[in-house]
Design a protein. Sequence first.
Length: 121
Amino acid sequence: MLVLNGSPRLDGNTKTALNTIVSEINKNCTNSLVEIYDVTEHKLSGCINCDGCKSNGGNCILPDESANIINKIYNADTIIFGSPVYWWGISAQLKMVIDKMYSKSEQFQKQKENRISYCWS
């Protein structure tokens, strides 16, 4: 299970909510492995729609850490996205990760399961 904290405040309300969710998951599902990934602690750049990823197996060609998080999302059994609400939407940091999922869009479309949950704070 992968929990993405999209808040730029690493110890803010979103992280508190996500920690509570993870705590309850660990209490009720003792054999589950849960990883919290703080998006803002990693160097990410926005998708520029160059389509370089479409010719190399789904890896963004920009020099950032997005391949790591996108592969974690792709391989996770369950994904929980956590974000504060800014101007009626998710944080720019989490939006950047979601946009970078484009790099593996063909692989994601072949997956048959629904594995995503949301947590807005």
